[in-house]
Design a protein around this ligand. Structure first.
Ligand SMILES: NC(=O)c1ccc[n+]([C@@H]2O[C@H](COP(=O)([O-])OP(=O)(O)OC[C@H]3O[C@@H](n4cnc5c(N)ncnc54)[C@H](O)[C@@H]3O)[C@@H](O)[C@H]2O)c1
Length: 392
């Protein structure tokens, strides 16, 4: 047989990854990083030896250890993934970045905006990728919703209402707003593409003293747009839904549906352009069809992991980078401040827009965009990294 010579394929070096935190979420990350061809999940760590043994039993080729500092210092690792409780994110991420490792941190990035700023500064100074796992931005329904909105099908977005309710899982170190609302906040910021003017948050701790297990928050955006988020660990039913109301159409996104996660309703209500007498005045209600767009089934976490590795290889900023993590923490800090004030508004400072200054608004109408120029949250279409998702 005449030998055929294949064109020499350049073998890319695999990115070596270690993961800290093998509780509930960590093993899912392990499975997904193992599914990314350009990387090798080499080691896992948990202070609880039983969790290490569990993961190593599933994946015998993975090295297990109980000392996070040993994993962070390992010279054969390029990147560290952190899936521990929130209060340990900052010290572990800081140590990882200082050790020269690209770092992927579970949401929320840290417990304060100062911690986030320090992590961003270290990552930028050392030229490392810092990513935060705002998983839903990688999900097919959210990507489809953004596509529909950007095509102008909904008209002007008027408001967004989101509910994330279930029984548990109770966290010990953060309240339900810090645990569940980051998913909704990340989606809402991504859709609206700007930072809120103010926030109100009310809630109550029924089971663990000082740890709110039910919260309701309202985010007020420029141009009179607003969003509400209900979060609960004390609900008999699991609910994950979001309604996005536009001036022309509306979307209902139910994440618990298997196939029909998004339904677009061709409904709206208009005021008559002019009328002479009250008798002539009539709202016009439009009831059109509803339709369900096709969604490509893909695990969002897999895309998030692949994207992190791609960003390391191409030296680019992730869609969900440290700055997005910082915006999230500023909003959560605002929510906590409002909770302490029993739901009074917390107004974010004008200027850079993502630096909250505690202030009580005396007048509810001040919500509607009176706080000056605000920094835009990068919209997905403009984000350099978003291009990586095209065609996925
Ligand atoms: N993106 C998502 O959709 C999503 C979903 C669930 C959880 N999370 C996030 O994942 C993180 C972990 O949540 P979880 O539900 O898996 O928690 P968990 O309590 O089930 O697991 C945390 C694990 O970390 C270990 N750990 C704690 N401190 C450590 C340290 N300093 N060094 C090494 N190991 C340590 C614990 O022993 C435990 O096994 C949280 O930040 C949470 O918000 C994200």
């Amino acid at each position: 047989m005449v030998g055929t010579t294949e064109p020499a394929k350049e073998m890319k070096r695999q990115i070596k990854v270690g993961l800290i935190g093998c509780g509930y979420w960590g093993p899912l990350l392990v499975r997904n990083f193992r599914g990314v061809a350009q990387c090798q999940l080499k080691a896992v760590c948990d202070v609880d030896i039983r969790r290490v043994e569990h993961v190593c039993a599933l994946y015998p080729d993975v090295e297990g250890m109980t000392a996070p500092q040993k994993l962070i210092a390992a010279s054969d690792l390029d990147a560290v993934v952190i899936a521990t409780p929130v209060t340990s994110h900052y010290p572990l991420a800081k140590a990882s970045l200082l050790a020269g490792k690209h770092t992927f941190v579970e949401k929320p990035l840290a417990t304060s905006s100062e911690e986030c700023e320090e992590l961003i500064e270290i990552a930028e100074r050392k030229g490392l990728v810092l990513a935060v796992d705002h998983t839903f931005l990688y999900s097919a329904p959210v990507r489809k919703i953004v596509e529909i909105i950007q095509a102008g099908d909904l008209g002007e977005i008027r408001y967004i209402n989101s509910r994330r309710l279930n029984l548990g899982l109770f966290q010990k170190d953060v309240n339900v707003a810090w645990d569940l609302a980051p998913h909704d906040i990340s989606i809402i910021l991504h859709i609206l593409g700007e930072f809120p003017v103010s926030i109100n948050c009310q809630g109550n701790a029924h089971v663990t003293p000082q740890v709110e297990d039910v919260t309701n928050m309202s985010l007020f955006f420029p141009h009179n747009r607003f969003a509400t988020i209900q979060s609960s660990w004390l609900e008999p039913r699991k609910i994950r839904d979001m309604t996005i109301v536009g001036s022309r159409r509306m979307i209902v996104y139910d994440d618990l549906q298997t196939h029909e996660k998004i339904r677009i309703y061709d409904v709206r209500v208009d005021r008559p352009p002019h009328y002479d007498t009250f008798a002539e005045f009539q709202y016009s209600y439009h009831y059109g069809d509803s339709y369900i767009p096709h969604l490509q089934q893909e695990e969002p976490l897999n895309l998030a992991c692949r994207h992190f590795i791609d960003c390391i290889e191409t030296n680019s900023a992730p869609l969900t980078d440290g700055r997005q993590g910082l915006d999230m923490i500023r909003i959560l800090e605002g929510a906590s401040a409002s909770l302490k004030m029993r739901g009074a508004p917390f107004v974010f400072s004008a200027g850079n827009g993502s630096s909250p200054v505690a202030a009580l608004s005396r007048n509810g109408s001040s919500h509607s965009g009176g706080a000056g120029k605000r920094r835009k949250v990068p919209s997905p279409a403009k984000n350099r990294a978003a291009a990586l998702f095209q065609g996925t």
